[in-house]
Write a protein that binds this ligand. Structure first.
Ligand code: C5P
Length: 208
């Protein structure tokens, strides 16, 4: 049976980097499920379609190709905002969750990261991690990342944005962000990426 690792947590907690490193370490396939919501949102925006029509958004979600998703082309702030808006629509979630579950079955193993992997997409995952950090730390990391890339960043605006995104992800009726009962909590507020990776690796090795 495929070995599935479910990694959930709020925006900018470091779960993307952690998931990629775990997948690389064990030779598993990795899917950043946030990209499936972002790709759907971008396809709607590119086609000039509305972001508030559930039937239209569902049809677009069913056409998303999981094999060609790249964060670089989907990282824009406006795409993230639009993604979190269409992510409240049950029909959109059903369509994308179906595709994510099909991906999760790939051999020999998979790592899926998002908001509802341990609770909804893969409730039977062999290992579940809930990766988090304080809103202040997450905002600072995002701020430093933008500055390191040569961009201009306003910490207060980013901090407000992180809190707004948390509210939307945790407050929605369908599949709200929350740790699965059997998830291991990993608070990275005071941890380096390397320390978080070592902690996760110990848990994977114990579950393998
Ligand atoms: O992780 P990322 O910021 O790229 O995700 C974009 C948006 O997609 C999130 O704000 C969230 O609303 C939504 N999302 C979700 N379920 C997932 C992954 C992402 O609702 N499994």
């Amino acid at each position: 049976m495929t070995f599935v690792i479910a990694i959930d947590g709020p925006a900018a907690a470091g779960k993307g980097t952690l998931s990629r490193r775990i997948a690389e370490q064990y030779g598993f396939h990795h899917l950043d499920t946030g990209l499936t919501y972002r790709a759907t949102a971008k396809a709607l925006m590119d086609a000039g379609l509305p972001l508030d029509d559930e039937a239209v958004a569902e049809k677009t979600a069913r056409e998303v190709d999981l094999s060609g998703l790249e964060r670089a082309v989907l990282s824009e702030h406006s795409i993230g905002e639009a993604a979190s808006k269409i992510a409240v629509m049950p029909a959109v979630r059903r369509a994308l969750v179906e595709a994510q579950r099909a991906f999760a079955r790939k051999e020999p193993g998979t790592v899926l990261d998002g908001r509802d992997i341990g609770t909804v997409v893969c409730p039977d995952a062999a290992l579940k991690l809930y990766v988090t950090a304080s809103p202040e730390v997450r905002a600072k990391r995002r701020h430093d990342e933008i500055v390191a890339g040569g961009g201009k960043a306003d910490y207060t605006a980013i901090f407000e944005d992180v809190k707004k995104r948390d509210g939307r992800d945790m407050g929605r009726a369908d599949s709200p962000l929350r740790p699965a009962e059997d998830a291991h909590l990993l608070d990275t507020s005071e941890m380096s990426i390397e320390a978080a990776f070592q902690a996760a690796k110990t848990l994977v090795d114990a579950a393998l």
